[in-house]
Design a protein around this ligand. Structure first.
Ligand SMILES: [Zn+2]
Length: 350
């Protein structure tokens, strides 16, 4: 802003000099779309009228210049760096396409002014300098005991970022971490996680009939889509600090059999909640000032072609980076051809 003010002052001084020396020859160098004459009183043919008109015109145009400069400087000052971590290939073709999914998100994010994103493949980046200056980290990978982020030294890297207020978002299997190895961290950093013998991972048609008012839901309409929507995450007591973003009622047959106690397929806690709504996306504002979100969908690569599905994640990534989200959410398009690009070579493996 200091630069903007100096610029404004310089223009102002030059304009005033021009006014005193030769007002009839005065020209405006900056073609700002403000028609000061329309807003000025009629010119009455005396020098005072000319002075008033010119002064008013000068002020209006200077304000317009200042506004543009301010906008430009704000955009520059608001540059955000987003680090996307894509896990190793797994599952069959079209499933857990972390590389292709992250590249699609990058393609959408990089079209936004002031947003820069980088994608790092095959899990945890070998060069941890990629995190330098990051505003948000997004992890899309296989999780559980093999989660690339749960080695102590890597959790330490993330912890240091979190202390700086860096955002963290996790999608699909990346929301699952062992209860004693990443569990407390995920709870604190993204507001919840998939806990074995507590959460479940069925495939079902989630019908999101309404969405809460939140920056992440800007421009997103209610939608219905099939995915491996994990649910019954481990959340903080009383959902403290956590805002549900996507909520739906799963079919009862996704809760496992009565009496079952499976690591992923059903447990008494889930079974007891028949007919009740479950959260599959949530957001949190951490006590350290940072933001986090979890999203349990993302099993099928084709779902990135759904505008509402994709917009939610793009909005959420921007939100964790503390970037402004457009009133109608992040605009983006993904064609069927683009959905086929960058898929992991998996052959016919199912
Ligand atoms: Zn999956």
């Amino acid at each position: 802003m200091q630069f903007a003010w100096h610029f404004f002052s310089a223009i102002g001084a030059r304009r005033l000099r021009r006014f005193h020396v030769a007002p009839h020859r005065r020209k405006f160098e900056c073609g700002i779309g403000v028609n000061a004459a329309l807003l000025s009183p009629p010119f009455e043919g005396n020098v005072y009228g000319l002075m008033i008109m010119n002064l008013r015109s000068f002020v209006l145009k200077s304000i317009a210049v200042l506004s543009l400069l301010s906008f430009a400087l704000t955009a520059v000052g608001a540059d955000k760096k987003i680090v996307l971590i894509a896990g190793r290939a797994s599952h069959g073709s079209g499933q857990h396409e972390f590389q292709a999914g992250c590249l699609l998100l990058k393609q959408c994010l990089d079209k936004l002014p002031g947003i820069k994103s980088t994608v790092h493949f095959n899990g945890w980046p070998q060069d941890e300098n990629v995190f330098d200056g990051a505003d948000a980290v997004f992890i899309y990978c296989d999780g559980g005991g093999g989660h690339p982020a749960i080695k102590p030294e890597r959790l330490k890297v993330l912890a240091d970022l979190m202390k700086k207020g860096v955002g963290l978002g996790c999608a699909h299997y990346a929301v699952e971490v062992p209860k004693d190895k990443g569990g407390p961290e995920w709870l604190a950093w993204i507001g919840g996680y998939f806990e074995m013998f507590w959460s479940v991972n069925p495939h079902w048609d989630a019908d999101f009939k309404s969405l809460p008012t939140h920056p992440i839901t800007r421009g997103v309409a209610p939608f219905k889509i099939n995915d491996e929507w994990y649910y019954h995450m481990r959340f903080p007591e009383g959902m403290k600090g956590v805002t549900p973003i996507l909520t739906a009622v799963p079919p009862d047959n996704t809760r496992g059999r009565q009496g079952a106690n499976s690591s992923h397929g059903g447990n008494p806690h889930v079974f007891a909640r028949k007919g009740m709504p479950e959260h599959v996306m949530w957001a949190t504002e951490r006590t350290d000032g940072g933001r986090g979100f979890g999203f349990t969908g993302g099993h099928f690569h084709r779902n990135w072609g759904d505008d509402n599905f994709r917009k939610l994640i793009l909005n959420a990534i921007l939100w964790t980076a503390k970037a402004e989200i457009p009133a109608n959410g992040v605009p983006s398009t993904v064609t069927p051809e683009e959905l086929k690009q960058n898929l992991d070579p998996k052959g016919d493996k199912k």
